[in-house]
Design a protein around this ligand. Structure first.
Ligand code: CO
Length: 185
């Protein structure tokens, strides 16, 4: 396994629309393994192939179990990295319900988070690494992460889902940070 370089905004490749995977060959399987490694090292909960410069419809996710409601008195399940690991090929949202807001971040836009509105529940159809068709119906953070990663395959970042005003504000902030970095000694 190898760690891949994660492209950072404003890299133009992040606007790429990825192509469907035809055959799940050794190259695709090794891409998945390398993406899992890269996501783990980056401490992310999801990663799309476009973020590592590959225009293929492949995403990996490892979304932690969510805390039960505070009133329930239950303890939060321990966060075990890799426990909920999934790799999806040609993922497609086939149903979406409701709407929710969540403060999202992205490995391609380090240090920036913003509230993004998305569907509350989704059903995603995809192929797994054995070329079996799977369907995932879920809500919560997993549903948000699925929508975020599938957006990457269509060249869309979470900041593209914000109002124009907010997006321009965030873009200016990022560009200022990049300029400051360039001048740093
Ligand atoms: Co992202």
């Amino acid at each position: 396994m190898a760690q891949l370089q994660i492209l950072k905004y404003p890299d133009p490749f992040l606007k790429t629309t990825a192509s469907e995977v035809g055959i799940i060959d050794a190259e695709v399987l090794s891409l998945i393994d390398n993406m899992v490694e890269t996501m783990r090292k980056g401490k992310g909960i999801g990663l799309a192939a476009v973020q590592v410069g590959v225009a293929k419809r492949v995403i990996v996710l490892d979304v932690p179990d969510e805390r039960p409601d505070d009133e329930s008195g239950e303890e939060a399940p321990p966060y075990v990295r890799g426990k909920n690991l999934v790799a999806l090929i040609n993922p497609e949202i086939i149903a979406a319900y409701g709407s929710t807001k969540f403060e999202e971040g992205c490995l391609s836009i380090p240090g920036i988070t913003a509230d993004v509105e998305r569907a509350e529940e989704v059903t995603v159809r995809a192929l797994d690494r054995n070329a079996e068709t799977i369907e995932i119906s879920t809500g919560g953070l997993f549903a948000i992460a699925l929508q975020h990663e599938i957006d990457h395959l269509d060249g869309k970042l979470f900041i593209d889902r914000l109002s124009r005003l907010k997006r321009e504000f965030i873009k200016r902030r990022i560009m200022r940070a990049i300029e400051a970095e360039d001048k740093a000694l």
